[in-house]
Design a protein around this ligand. Structure first.
Ligand SMILES: C[S@@+](CC[C@H](N)C(=O)[O-])C[C@H]1O[C@@H](n2cnc3c(N)ncnc32)[C@H](O)[C@@H]1O
Length: 219
């Protein structure tokens, strides 16, 4: 069943591009960061661009039913597909953080022309920069990561988020996702290294595995 889902998804992403047609945007396909102007020193810890499965992420958000008053950030937003879905879900504020300037340009075009009511579109902001800098000062509540970094870098991002939760004395939610694989990648294991993170949900849909954690403030 999962193999079939992955085949259908690949066909959709490469050829049918149903998400892009529906929203009037360009988010499908794959972009190697080596083809962008990203600082070469940063390439070692960054993965290339590929969009999340829209059917799966939309359904996950519906199932998690997080309060719509929360602020959402996609750490490594690429061309902004997850931001569109988060705004459509109804989060009050949606931020996409992306390292590659070329991807940010297209992401911003996508946000300005996507077929969402203006009241939803206007909640989305694309920030060009490194997520590590962003996480040091963010006051968002829900963080989405689609296998954007090396394990070593992801560990640093989680440390920053945990510090933020403690500073603000407020728990936060992290949605980590990757393509379904067995065994799960080392990215998932990073959560178990720190007691601060508590698993609240885990599910796979359309070949996409989601791991949802809550990070509480340390006393
Ligand atoms: C697999 S894509 C995910 C795209 C998007 N989140 C989605 O689900 O459709 C990972 C993205 O993370 C970005 N990225 C990697 N390292 C980053 C960093 N340190 N700061 C900001 N963005 C980064 C890459 O440029 C790439 O666009």
């Amino acid at each position: 069943m999962n193999t079939l889902s992955v085949c259908v998804w690949t066909l959709d992403d490469q050829h049918l591009r149903s998400f892009d047609r529906r929203y009037g945007v360009r988010t499908s396909g794959y972009v190697s960061l080596a083809s962008t102007s990203v600082d070469r020193a940063k390439l070692r810890h960054a993965t290339s661009y590929g969009p999340v499965n829209a059917w799966a992420f939309r359904r996950l958000l519906r199932n998690l039913s997080l309060p719509r008053t929360l602020h959402f950030a996609d750490l490594g937003c690429g061309l902004g597909r997850a931001c569109i879905l988060a705004a459509e879900y109804g989060f009050e504020k949606v931020t996409g953080v992306e390292l590659a300037p070329e991807l940010c340009v297209v992401a911003r075009e996508n946000m300005s022309c996507c077929r969402l009511p203006e009241s939803y579109r206007s909640r989305i902001k694309i920030v060009e920069g490194d997520v590590l800098d962003y996480c040091a000062a963010t006051d968002d509540d829900v963080f989405f990561v689609y296998r954007a970094f090396s394990v070593e870098f992801f560990r640093r991002v989680l440390t920053k988020l945990a510090e933020g939760a403690t500073r603000r004395r407020r728990p936060l939610t992290i949605i980590y996702t990757e393509r379904l694989s067995w065994p799960p990648s080392d990215g998932v294991k990073v959560f178990s290294e720190d007691q601060t993170f508590r698993k609240v949900d885990e599910r796979s849909m359309f070949g996409q595995a989601f791991h949802v954690y809550e990070c509480s403030a340390k006393s």
